[in-house]
Design a protein around this ligand. Sequence first.
Ligand code: FE
Length: 363
Amino acid sequence: MTQHGTVLSFLNAPLKAGTFLKLGLVIGALLTAACGKESSSSEVAAVPKQDAGGIITVYSERKEHLIKPMFDAYTQKTGVQVRYITDKAGPLISRLQSEGASTQADMLVTVDAGNLWQAAEQGVLRAVESPILEANVPANLQDENNLWFGLSQRARTIIYATDRVKPSELSTYEALADSQWKGRLCLRTSKKVYNQSLVATLIATQGEAKTEEIIKGWVANLATAPYSNDTSLMEDIVAGRCDVGIVNTYYFGRMQKQTPDVKLALFWPNQSDRGVHVNISGAGITQHAKNPEGAQKLLEWLSSPEAQYTFAELNQEYPVHTGVKPSAQVLSWGEFKADQVNMSSAGRLQAAAVKLMDRAGYR
Ligand code: FE
């Protein structure tokens, strides 16, 4: 039970229950029905709608192996059961919209502020007034109307081949448009929200015209067609197809764990001006939550010092809580100045960023 989680048939999609040690009567009855003797995936014909007192239901874009350990720990601590499904942000937000008031989801977890902003725009999140969240989550990493809160941070930064590039040759994101990088730059696709948010925050600080010039310069310097993911981009830098790129720090963290002597290093750009682009994973309480109080308590716990180290470290990320240090591996990449632009601008300027990248020929 604790190893595989229970799969419940629930509104046409499986929801998995995390580990639990202390069970309320209702949860116990539900799980007796769900677990059965022979199978962990017996179907539950109907989940009573009024049983939400001790159950929290989460729609999560953050992957199962990154979120389940947190839910398990919360259940161990409180006895409160957490059920979840995982999917991309787009389908989860669409599902919340189409389910409307009948949704069973209490919380939405996504990666990238652009996705959280979209969820807020679509009206599927509710404002949360919480002194705990205000104290734990820095102002620039949460929605100004308290519709969502960051829970971990990642930097989208420059990566380079240590055998072909000296860090002294690097300076800013903008400088990757210089002719010295012609045929040496690799980029992930502009379709990925990470790059849309990066360019959106570039627009926020540089304006549209200057940003478009920068993006055109990047495109002119590309060594290859844009990549579908950061990992294959890094592999191609290692293979010598290009020398520099832009990636999320945790992808490098994963590669470094597997190959400690990989000939790649992170570079922190824009240290003499606005700082490195950081983004978040985060969460909000759904507009039609059946258990908003329970979901708020879970959200508050995820932002707490007790949970922050593990939440971040599961994905080699940075805690949002300023009192919690990241892991030794993450610390080994060195300290940097982060762009303090409010994460909301990643969403607000996303449509403009998409159009701009299209005009600039960035595919
Ligand atoms: Fe990612």
